[in-house]
Design a protein around this ligand. Sequence first.
Ligand code: AMP
Length: 415
Amino acid sequence: MAISTANFKDSKVIVRVDFNVPLDENGKVTDDTRIRGALPTLKKVLADGGALIIMSHMGKPKGKVNPKLSLGQITDDVAAALGAPVQFAPDCAKAKEAADALKAGEVLLLENLRFYPEEEGKPVGVEKGTPEFDAAKKEIKERQKEFAKTLASYADYYVMDAFGTAHRKHASTAVIADYFDAEHKMLGFLMEKEVTAVDNVLSNIQRPFTAIMGGSKVSTKIGIIENLLGKVDNLILCGGMTYTFAKALGGEVGGSICENDKLDVALDVIKKAKENGVNLVLGTDCIAGDAFSNDANQKVCPAGAIPEGWEGLDAGPESRKAFAEAIRGSKTILWNGPAGVFEFDNFTGGSRAIGEAVAEATANGAFSLIGGGDSVACVNKFGLADKVSYISTGGGALLEAIEGKVLPGIAAIKG
Ligand code: AMP
């Protein structure tokens, strides 16, 4: 069922959201984008006259209770955003009574789902590859079903609105859907918006299509990079990946981040780009620092001629120009991952140049999709959020969707 046609009057609705928001050392929310992202769905439940049960994970507590990752810390923020009081259930698996007592218009926030290993369904404390691991995995998968069933027992409807975790087959993102029939489960408004944005990129590609992949490592992005080689006209590879490519091409990269076991993978990407007629744009120069620090001394060097004691921390002027040129002429743009250590204010120039070129292309009619926490943080940091077409709340989920993979969180609803 589509959420717009649902009527939640006098019903209990359990909504999986992504409230994995950043907190400061005092447990205060520093960026409430994700809370705001879920509001259309949450407000619809209340406006219809339903009772709302909100569930989410926060961080990686690995199946153990960790007060630093308690969702109790954000109850006031959720209440302020919703404009309604929010009750808190300190044990997500023992909230039946509290859920049963909810009246129309009332809101219950469950404690961090990942305090239970059942949520992720991964064995804890057993080494992978051992016979014990296989047995433990089987056992936890069974317990995962029970956990999902318990969560399902709280409500009449299940709404999946956590795009950021939709690529995971967890109890609350997918398994729970088995306990609701087609008329009582649906995607939330945020999920629908994300799916439409991905469809826009995949099924309605206006060319040239440019993908910008940055971030720290080749290894975590190789799947999507290989996939994109079959789809894009321009592929810009930047950030820490630059140095694995520079080394693979015979360069010296000093102390730069470099995956020595991925040099062949880098060469293969270069070869495949040529075969597919993809314009591969690699960083040719960099801003190197003499320490991994915002206050490091800086100098511009070729990406493949970085002296010992120096490391590439941002894209250099020549690279920025090449990136911007490819981006400016594009009609569809996907950006994931920064071009440098953008967390250091003195090394933001490369990421800023990309963001500005994306904004310019968007002003000229391109559709630009930004995904992944760090690229979104860049766009926010540079004040460009309203100058791009769409900012996704998903990182890994967005990339898997762009790869054409069916996300378990969507499959669970749509079959
Ligand atoms: P990822 O999680 O793979 O998307 O990587 C994001 C991280 O990559 C950010 O925290 C950046 O600081 C980091 N990064 C980008 N460029 C570099 C670089 N040249 N050296 C080290 N880290 C980098």
